[in-house]
Ligand binder design. Structure first.
Ligand code: 13P
Length: 251
């Protein structure tokens, strides 16, 4: 099997009530998604159970947007890996820049979450990316390689191989303007090379990936898929992006 089978994951962020989430999944299920491409959706916690039910019998995987590093305890408002497993969650986004910036998630905590997810059989999608200032200062590579090494510190190479990294330049998220495909690919090649095990792992691009730029991004050697925000909230555009990964699945 292709270890780097394309993965298109939709991060719904804080969008979709339960009723809206059900409707979105039904619309997605009505599409013919390309074979050979893994597809996942990450609804908000409140809609996970409903979406799990809607996904029953489909090949679309369920993803959580974050989780706590501990299995249980006095952590008000948090959700643990065993709770996610119970709902059928198989992927979890860890270290998204919106959580690093808005919820003070640091590299050490993200590393503990990666280990916890792996312990419970959930595949981490570790998000890394530089800010606009770091980008302008030519600091993209040191920033993302530092974040990547920190996230996987102490994780065996065989386990790292099963993980996913999402390169999401912070300045491209929600901006409508993605990174240039060749430039994103260069950064992603460095991410792939900076930690043992990532050579065979999937690395996704995220940051204004849309139906009209996905094909060019997915044609790059190091871009194994996408972590999609805004464009994942419409079944048609999300399906069109997944379709762009079909060619990659054949290579
Ligand atoms: P956009 O696709 O809306 O830029 O969001 C990307 C993202 O943050 C996915 O996690």
């Amino acid at each position: 099997m292709n270890a780097r089978r394309p993965l298109i994951a939709g991060n719904w962020k804080m969008h979709e009530t339960i009723a809206q989430a059900r409707a979105l999944v039904r619309a997605l299920r009505a599409l013919t998604l390309p074979s050979g491409v893994d597809v996942a959706v990450a609804p908000p916690f409140t809609a996970l159970a409903a979406v799990a039910g809607e996904l029953s019998g489909s090949s679309i995987a369920l993803c959580a947007q974050t989780m706590h590093e501990r299995d249980e305890g006095p952590y008000t408002g948090e959700i643990s890996a065993p709770m996610l497993r119970e709902l059928g969650v198989t992927y979890v986004i860890l270290g998204h820049s919106e959580r690093r910036a808005g919820c003070a998630e640091n590299d050490a905590a993200i590393n503990r979450k990666v280990q916890a997810a792996l312990t419970h059989g959930i595949t981490p999608i570790v998000a890394v990316g530089e800010t606009r200032d770091e980008h302008s200062a030519g600091q993209a590579l040191p920033k993302v390689t530092h974040q990547t090494r920190a996230a996987f510190a102490g994780v065996a190479a065989a386990a790292v191989e099963r993980c996913v990294v999402a390169y999401e330049p912070v300045w491209a998220i929600g901006s409508g303007l993605s990174d240039e495909p060749a430039s994103a690919d260069r950064v992603m090649a460095e991410i792939r090379a900076c930690t043992t095990g990532l050579g065979d792992a999937r690395i996704l691009y995220g940051g204004s990936m849309k139906a009209d730029n996905a094909a060019l991004l997915l044609a790059q050697p190091n871009i194994d898929g996408g972590l999609i925000g805004g464009a994942s909230l419409s079944a048609a555009s999300f399906g069109a992006i997944a379709e762009c990964a079909r060619t990659r699945a054949l290579t």
